[in-house]
Design a protein around this ligand. Structure first.
Ligand SMILES: O=C[C@H](O)[C@H](O)COP(=O)(O)O
Ligand SMILES: C=C(OP(=O)(O)O)C(=O)O
Length: 356
């Protein structure tokens, strides 16, 4: 008699148990002061999204975190600027640990913290959580793209704003995930350009859902959510070009309002809006500042990819330039500081224009 055919795990090399979310949170608890930073960040963003606060949300920071020391250095630079910006800007740091790739590439600190293909996810989760706690200790709220459907259980308590990236606004898994997240979540337009995909993502995430997930003990669980009322569009450009101009912003807001969203959105100055050039990104940010200063109320937030050094470098386990991106090109710190001041000035100008 022939041996029975093997039908499972034909392409699986290994399964390694991870600590449960509850274990990780007990090891690295959020604490009262950090919870306040998270909650205040969420409240501020919600107020701006819903038109109850006339400031501008700026989601600014590295394309990806690869070096905790540089991330904290960056957070402290932002923290030092917040007192001069906070009347006009709600500053939230990009603290991105999971990178969606067009094909293959380094998938972020959680997936591969040693940058060498060893994929020590337990170490990555612990490092990511530590970085978030340190950023919050500096008094800066954090933003994150949610990519893996179970990783939020390990870090989402420390995040004030979330994104669903351009490769996922149509993904039912990510829409369901957003429906249960506790913070405002932006859906990016799709890589090929569709804004309707983002609007549909927001509509779907506002509903309640029941789906597959894990519980705090890491057990498979049916998760029931109540729906997220704070989802919004992020314009990031696409295969057909940029979409940050006034007409594109107005058209996207029209689609959003038809879907029941507030009449304002976030514009990402990077990615498809700048062709991933950090020089172009700063120019786009300045064009957006000019539009805001002229009275454009359809933009409630701007995303900037920024780090200590300008540009990027190839990922490597050693020999990296300190403070330089290993994914997309970033605006350097000095230009970032100047841009933040210009965006704050644009908000003050908008107040005058809108106030009549
Ligand atoms: O923000 C990061 C990148 O744009 C995204 O992860 C895709 O990167 P890739 O096209 O280099 O894979
Ligand atoms: C991956 C990102 O962007 P997008 O989804 O727009 O490509 C990002 O913001 O890091």
């Amino acid at each position: 008699m022939n041996a029975p055919a093997i039908t499972s795990d034909l392409h699986v090399r290994a399964l390694e148990a991870l600590p449960s979310p509850a274990q990780m949170l007990a090891e690295l608890p959020l604490g009262d002061a950090a919870s306040d930073v998270v909650a205040r960040g969420r409240d501020d963003i919600r107020a701006v999204l819903h038109g109850d606060d006339d400031r501008l949300v700026v989601v600014v920071g590295p394309c990806s975190i690869h070096d905790p020391a540089a991330a904290i250095d960056y957070a402290q630079r932002l923290a030092a600027m917040i007192p001069q910006l906070q009347d006009d800007l709600v500053v939230v740091m990009r603290v991105y640990f999971e990178k969606p790739r067009t094909t293959v590439g380094w998938k972020g600190l959680i997936n591969d913290p040693n940058l060498d293909g060893s994929h020590d996810i337990t170490k990555g989760l612990r490092l990511a959580r530590r970085v978030l706690l340190d950023v919050l200790a500096a008094g800066v709220p954090a933003a994150n793209e949610f990519l893996e459907p179970t990783s939020p259980q390990y870090i989402a308590d420390a995040v004030s704003w979330g994104a669903i990236g351009a490769r996922n606004p149509e993904s039912q898994v990510h829409r369901q995930l957003a429906s249960g997240l506790s913070m405002p979540v932006g859906f990016k337009n799709a890589t090929e350009g569709s804004v309707q995909a983002a609007v549909d993502g927001c509509i779907t995430a506002a509903s309640s859902h029941v789906f597959f997930g894990i519980d705090p003990q890491g057990r498979a669980a049916a998760v029931e959510t109540s729906g997220n009322p704070d989802c919004h569009i992020i314009l990031r450009g696409g295969a057909h070009g940029p979409n940050y101009d006034d007409a594109s912003v107005a058209a996207a807001n029209e689609l959003g309002v038809a879907g029941g969203l507030p009449p304002r959105l976030v514009v990402d100055a990077s990615h498809g809006n700048s062709g991933k050039s950090e020089v172009r990104q700063a120019e786009v940010a300045r064009e957006l500042a000019a539009s805001i200063a002229a009275g454009n109320e359809g933009i409630f937030g701007i995303m900037l990819e920024s780090f200590i050094e300008a540009g990027n470098q190839a990922p490597a386990p050693s020999g990296l330039v300190y403070g330089k991106s290993i994914t997309d090109k970033c605006i350097g710190w000095d230009d970032t500081a100047a841009l933040l001041r210009e965006l704050a000035a644009a908000v003050r100008a908008r107040r005058v224009v809108v106030g009549g």
